[in-house]
Design a protein around this ligand. Structure first.
Ligand SMILES: Cc1ncc(COP(=O)(O)O)c(C=O)c1O
Length: 350
């Protein structure tokens, strides 16, 4: 049987042997009462790395983003976020359903940024008829924009604008360590202007479960109450946090390999006739491309799946490939060969 090359997402990464050993040996306690030493250690480590006072371990990135919205806002408030943001597209409308907030989207530019003027126009005035604009949500790296990185200066200036109008700032930093590695800066530079930031342990950092939300002590204390209400208090979850500690200690520098593989893939795809891609835009581990004009994305993905190459559907004309720890440079070459052959119309073309 041919082996599978799974480029659907970096969430497909499995825990490493070192993580499994750390999980086995983890000292644990009841985290709902703050008694799990391994979770406490992970939260302290994460807060320190991101330059925040405190942190809370959550089961998922979606829960971290939701806790942030719940903590920063009141029902009836408005949050401003990019039209391509994960919170808007892929979080089951939770901010509106559970937080009662209006999601006011403004266009994301191709690089994942939001134009300051578009933010300014979205912020409501004091009219009694208006909802209160409470929160700006940024995303770094930006998933639907192809893993693009928000630079330090941009994050600073857009946050300053939001803050002048009384908004809080949250960063959905599911893959923020990729942004830090790409820019060659400590991750705390990317979060210094935000009131809260979350990141995922279970994506490009290879841990099996979990995400972390960071912010001030008061903010995290409130988020902890919300997590409890949502049923996200997890008793002896130090078993999971142990893998998270290994992830933070050993999985960040290696992200550069994933970025190099993504660029190799992107430049290889650019040489395949019929495909449409801007390889120079690839900064981290996400590659977006369009299939040939007469080849629907779904059929293209199915053809590749039959050959053991797994890609994600992002829209009728948008396919996504994500590199990660379990993909090596040979896999990239194999993948390019198969994509080239499918794009060349050997099979499946409609
Ligand atoms: C940018 C971004 N934010 C949040 C999430 C949510 O993470 P999870 O699926 O672990 O809840 C994802 C997942 O892919 C993501 O890409």
């Amino acid at each position: 049987m041919t082996s599978i090359i799974d480029l659907r997402s970096d969430t497909k990464t499995l825990p490493t042997p070192v993580m499994r050993k750390a999980m086995y040996e983890a000292e644990v306690g009841d985290d709902v009462d703050g008694e799990d030493p391994t979770i406490n250690r992970l939260e302290m480590l994460a807060a320190e790395m991101l330059g925040k006072e405190a942190a809370i371990f959550t089961p998922s990135g979606i829960m971290s983003n939701l806790l942030s919205v719940l903590t920063h806002t009141r029902p009836g408030d408005e949050i401003v976020l990019g039209s391509q943001s994960h919170i808007f597209w892929y979080e089951v409308g939770g901010a509106s359903a559970l937080g009662g907030v209006v999601m006011h989207t403004v266009p994301n530019e191709a690089d994942g940024t939001i134009e300051p003027e578009n933010l300014r126009m979205a912020i409501r005035g004091k009219d009694i008829d208006f909802p209160r604009t409470a929160l700006l949500c940024l995303e770094n790296t930006h998933n639907r924009c192809g893993g693009t990185v928000l630079p330090v200066e941009y994050t600073g200036s857009i946050s300053a604008l939001a803050r002048r109008h009384g908004l809080k700032i949250h960063i959905d930093g599911a893959r923020i360590f990729s942004a830090a590695v790409y820019l060659g800066v400590p991750v705390s530079r990317l979060t210094e202007n935000a009131d809260s930031v979350c990141f995922c342990l279970s994506k490009n950092l290879s841990a099996p479960v979990g995400s972390i939300l960071c912010g001030s002590e008061g903010f995290i204390a409130s988020a902890r109450r919300w997590r409890r209400m949502l049923g996200g208090g997890m008793r002896q979850a130090g078993i999971l946090a142990a893998a998270g500690i290994v992830a933070l200690e050993t999985m960040i520098e290696r992200l550069a390999e994933d970025h190099a593989n993504a660029r190799r893939l992107a430049f290889g795809l650019a040489e395949i006739p019929g495909l449409s891609i801007q390889p120079e835009r690839v900064q981290t581990n996400i590659v977006l491309f369009e299939p040939p004009a007469d080849f629907p994305a779904e059929a293209f993905i199915m053809e590749l799946k039959n050959r053991g190459i797994m890609l994600s559907y992002m829209g009728e004309r948008k396919i996504r490939a994500v590199t990660h720890r379990m993909i090596n440079s040979e896999d990239i070459e194999t993948c390019l060969e198969h994509i080239s052959s499918v794009a060349g119309g050997i099979t499946g073309k409609q």
